[in-house]
Design a protein around this ligand. Structure first.
Ligand code: NAD
Length: 463
């Protein structure tokens, strides 16, 4: 692979100096260097500048089309009522209906949802799935809600946003803190609200549903599968075959655990994992299937294999794991680090500790601009999120197509078509990198923006 000769200008920015400052001023946006939305749009606009996109497209993309904010009351199991805040941001629909997950997390904020919606616009374009970008969230701690409360929150949120979404308008999906069961409640609520004549068509209003209720085979593992497809496409050319590859994973939820299980099945060794409960390490390779069962039973990786940890070094067994600190996790020498937890987790401090050759971003926006600058200076390659984690939205697209045509695909077809999309997205990114001599994140944005620019040029701007 060609070495980057131009590092995206945004990566070299000073904390208070965005590359796109003039556009932020033009749009009256307050310039906070730690703001995830500004960091994200600054990197996208930098790519737009290199691509010489017209100014009017830059200002269109710099703000979402719609920002919907709702407050809704829910009765808790103790009989008291709580007021919840929810968001749905619709960033851009030039390429198709808005598409993007809904997150349940106590830190959900409008600007974070805006950043994630923008990344969806870029991701769908790069993957060439006919969707625009959206994202949503409810500010809550799903682990602190019982199942009945979770159902009422989900149904009430769906009712609150129902007139803004639809199978041809805006199609939510799972994200952090949400799952197939919550998608089933969303779909049922929406179907009930639209009435019996549109009931069947309405099933496609969300993706990531349970397979028995219009979901697609292969959707649950799709994001992890996509990460592994991209890594398999790119790493061998860098002299890093998957067999024997040493991997560490930050976050062991949907994306992290599937990436771990699938990459292990291809001969790699997952030697360190960290989530919100702690970190664990086993240089012989953790048994990721057993670890996933442990996480499902206990809520996190902490304590995994503790009973066997004393035997790890002596017996070379996969069964145990040693607890490690946050710093020890990042300092673990690996070929590949997969951040698959939350945004902005790779900072300049832990970027100095990271002992990896390549980072494949399973999570959205896991790397801060300052962290990224350090990593690139140290020669650590970053495979960007809009490429690596586009497998989820790609299989969501397959689910939507299956719903529209009342068909079910077998898992072999899903996996084959997903692999083709991932390989093509990786090639588009590498091609843009070679053509424009930029880092891979900027290249992925350029490849995405090329398509959006082309479509806007054909459509023009109404009226
Ligand atoms: P998840 O809720 O299943 O898992 C999140 C993981 O992050 C958990 O293991 C949790 O312990 C860990 N985590 C949270 N806070 C942490 C902290 N402070 N330190 C260490 N670990 C922490 O969520 P997910 O669906 O796997 O999503 C993970 C990331 O991938 C998010 O950025 C999400 O937007 C992105 N993503 C998800 C999908 C999908 O299909 N689920 C698709 C594309 C992108």
């Amino acid at each position: 692979m060609t070495k980057a000769t131009i590092v995206a200008p945004s990566l070299g920015m000073q904390p208070s100096a965005f590359r796109s400052a003039s556009i932020f001023d033009e749009l009256g946006m307050k310039q906070d260097p730690d703001n995830l939305y500004l960091q994200t749009i600054d990197a996208v606009l930098t790519a737009a500048e290199i691509l010489e996109l017209p100014h009017h497209l830059k200002i269109i993309l710099a703000q979402p089309k719609n920002e919907i904010m709702v407050h809704f009351p829910v009765m808790m199991s103790d009989g008291n009522y709580r007021l919840f805040k929810g968001y749905r941001v619709q960033h851009n629909n030039a390429l198709g209906p808005y598409k993007g997950g809904i997150r349940y997390h106590h830190d959900v904020s409008l600007d974070d949802v805006k950043a994630l919606a923008l990344l969806m616009t870029m991701k769908c374009s790069l993957a060439r799935v006919p969707f625009g970008g959206g994202k949503g969230g409810v500010k809550c701690d799903p682990r602190a809600l019982d199942s009945a409360e979770l159902m009422r929150v989900s149904r009430r949120f769906m009712a609150a946003i129902s007139r803004h979404i639809g199978p041809d308008v805006d199609i939510p999906a799972p994200d952090v803190g949400t799952n197939a069961q919550i998608m089933a409640w969303f779909a049922d609520t929406y179907q009930t609200m639209v009435g019996s004549t549109s009931r069947n068509d309405a099933l496609g209003v969300v993706t990531g549903k349970p397979v028995d209720m219009g979901g697609s085979l292969g959707r649950e593992k799709a994001t992890g599968q996509g990460v592994v497809d991209v890594v398999s496409e790119i790493l061998p050319d860098m002299g890093l075959p998957l067999k024997g590859l040493k991997v560490s994973i930050l976050g062991f939820g949907n994306v992290g655990s599937w990436t771990g299980r699938l990459i292990e099945s291809m001969g790699a060794k997952v030697i360190a994992v960290m989530d919100h409960t702690g970190g664990i390490r086993n240089d012989e390779g953790l048994n990721t299937e057993t670890l996933a069962l442990h996480v499902a039973a206990t809520g996190g990786v902490a304590g995994f294999g503790a009973a066997n940890s004393a035997t790890i070094t002596g017996m070379h067994t996969q069964e145990g794991a040693e607890p490690i600190s946050n710093e020890e996790f990042y300092r673990t020498p690996v070929d590949l680090l997969v951040p698959a937890a939350m945004e902005q987790m790779i900072t300049p401090q832990n970027a100095d500790w990271i002992d990896a050759k390549v980072i494949a971003e399973g999570a959205n926006a896991p790397t801060t601009p300052a962290g990224e600058r350090k990593l690139l200076e140290r020669g650590i390659e970053i495979l960007p999120a809009i490429l690596c984690n586009s497998g989820g939205v790609t299989v969501s697209y397959f689910e939507w197509v299956q719903n529209k045509t009342s068909t079910y695909w077998d898992v072999e077809k899903v996996d084959t078509d997903l692999n083709r999309h991932m390989v093509m997205a990786a090639r588009r990114t590498q091609l843009a990198r070679q053509r424009y001599e930029v880092d891979l994140r900027t290249a992925a944005y350029i490849a995405a923006l090329e398509q959006i620019g082309k479509v806007y040029a054909m459509r023009g701007i109404f009226p």
